[in-house]
Design a protein around this ligand. Structure first.
Ligand SMILES: Nc1ncnc2c1ncn2[C@@H]1O[C@H](COP(=O)(O)OP(=O)(O)OP(=O)(O)O)[C@@H](O)[C@H]1O
Ligand SMILES: [Mg+2]
Length: 338
């Protein structure tokens, strides 16, 4: 293997940051492969933006190092780093055309005029904004403004693209479309990318891997499928998707300090299963979420086809469960034969 294929595109080696007397980023380790897109996902206040600012150079860590393609950039300011950041609020200049906005970082970097023209035209083409080259930001849609902000980052040809909640100002439909466009461009350019989001669907749908953060630490970094099927900690299990948490004692395990996690799609209604009573039915179009009380535990099941009604007596069968001991996944998934 060559050196370059083993050197991460980005390495965060044990970075920590104290702000206002509190540890906001806590000994965080993360390696991102060249060309990989990784999302930082976690609840509000867990330190996602702070981590991104540490990568971009707007903040410097108290401990640890930031490396890009094997080079330590920990002490460099943002303008000397090979990264470009897209901010949540776009930060476009209202009095400048889209062309001038996108050209701005190149002007600051004293790139020759003819090269600026070429690179801006190229990147506007890439994000599909050539026809708005002369428009002002106020005269284009939110999605187009977001693509202009992306163009302004890409025109710098960064080694590292940093996106902080880039889609949160867009409506639901547009968010889906623009995130697919961003993913498409990211893959075509093969650019190492960190996306910060608190929207799990967004993170799971466009990332190669997702890093779930809690209180300044990474709980788990995995592919979206792995994260969903085998959450490493009880926090991740509760944060990603919908889940049932069942104290071990309720399943007759007699093991205090352990609990089970069961996805609603792994709970089946089956007359031969554990007896229970339907307490709630929430229709979602092509399926219904059905809550069944079994002993003292409420179990949520996804039911396709005709759902039962509240008050119905039903049987419940669990086809797959994960066990957590002291908050950590301790066994391979238990698959209960149907
Ligand atoms: N300069 C600062 N001084 C003191 N505390 C700060 C500073 N910057 C951030 N914090 C605190 O650090 C914590 C993490 O903030 P951060 O912006 O990184 O969270 P986040 O995960 O991006 O949250 P959100 O999803 O709401 O954007 C918050 O409690 C915040 O108040
Ligand atoms: Mg944030």
């Amino acid at each position: 293997m060559t050196e370059s294929s083993t050197t991460p595109g980005l390495r965060l080696a044990g970075i920590s940051k104290v702000l206002g007397g509190r540890t906001i980023v806590d000994d965080l380790h993360l390696d991102i492969a060249p060309g990989e897109m990784v999302s930082l996902l976690g609840p509000s206040g867990c330190g996602k933006t702070t981590t991104l600012r540490l990568i971009a150079g707007f903040l410097h860590p108290d401990q640890g190092t930031v490396e890009v393609a094997g080079t330590d950039i920990t002490r460099l300011g943002p303008e000397r780093r090979p990264s470009a950041m897209v901010f949540q609020n776009y930060a476009l200049w209202p009095h400048m055309s889209i062309t001038k906005n996108v050209a701005f970082p190149l002007k600051v970097a004293r790139v020759p005029r003819t090269e600026v023209k070429e690179r801006v035209a190229e990147v506007l083409e890439l994000v599909g904004l050539s026809h708005h080259a002369d428009s002002r930001p106020a005269h284009i849609s939110g999605g187009e403004q977001q693509r202009a902000a992306l163009a302004r980052a890409l025109v710098q040809r960064p080694q590292l693209l940093l996106l902080d909640e880039p889609l949160s100002n867009l409506d639901a439909k547009l968010r889906v479309r623009v995130r697919e466009e961003i993913r498409d461009i990211q893959q075509r350019l093969g650019i190492t990318t960190v996306l910060v989001t608190h929207d799990q669907e967004e993170a799971l749908s466009v990332s190669d891997r997702v890093a779930v953060m809690s209180e300044g630490r990474i709980e788990q970094v995995s592919t979206p499928a792995e994260l969903y099927r085998a959450p490493a900690t009880a926090f991740v299990a509760g944060f990603i998707g919908s889940s049932n948490t069942i104290p071990a004692l309720d399943l007759g395990e007699g093991e205090p300090g352990a609990e089970w996690m069961v996805r609603p799609e792994d709970v089946r209604l089956d007359p031969a299963g554990m007896p229970g009573v339907v307490t709630r039915v929430l229709p979602h179009g092509h399926y219904a979420e059905v809550v069944v009380q079994v002993n003292d535990t409420n179990l949520r099941a996804f039911v396709t086809g005709e759902p039962p009604e509240p008050g119905d007596e039903v049987g419940v069968r669990i086809s797959r469960a994960l066990r957590y001991r002291d908050g950590k996944l301790d066994d391979a998934p238990v698959t209960v034969p149907a």
